[in-house]
Design a protein around this ligand. Structure first.
Ligand code: FES
Length: 107
């Protein structure tokens, strides 16, 4: 089966400990660099209508700006109330200073 990767950002624009909003087709996604490695989740908090890109990175977690719910970025697991549903994550690869997400690689 052919893998389908989409370029969503320049790797240099994804700063350590910060977030960067991007788009994967119609889906808003949020990019993170944690410990030098780039991760991607869906950008919509599963608790409400907040953008995770507006949140605060704390270690390997993203804290939602609206009600302070938290997700573990590498796994997408909801780890802090009021968030109880996991957020979608994406397979990421970096090539030629570009960040690519796998379209069918959503987990
Ligand atoms: Fe994110 Fe409520 S909208 S914690």
């Amino acid at each position: 089966m052919k893998e389908n990767w989409v370029c969503v950002a320049a790797a240099q624009d994804v700063r350590e400990g910060a977030t960067l909003q991007g788009r994967l087709g119609d889906e808003p996604v949020c990019l993170y660099r944690i410990g030098g490695r780039i991760y991607a989740t869906h950008d919509r908090c599963t608790h409400g209508r907040a953008s995770l890109a507006d949140g605060t990175v704390r270690g390997e977690e993203i804290e939602c700006a609206l009600h302070k719910g938290r997700f573990h970025v590498p796994s997408g697991k909801a780890v802090g109330l009021p968030c109880v549903r996991d957020v979608r994550t994406y397979s990421v690869k970096v090539e030629n200073d570009a960040v690519w997400l796998q379209v069918d690689g959503a987990r």
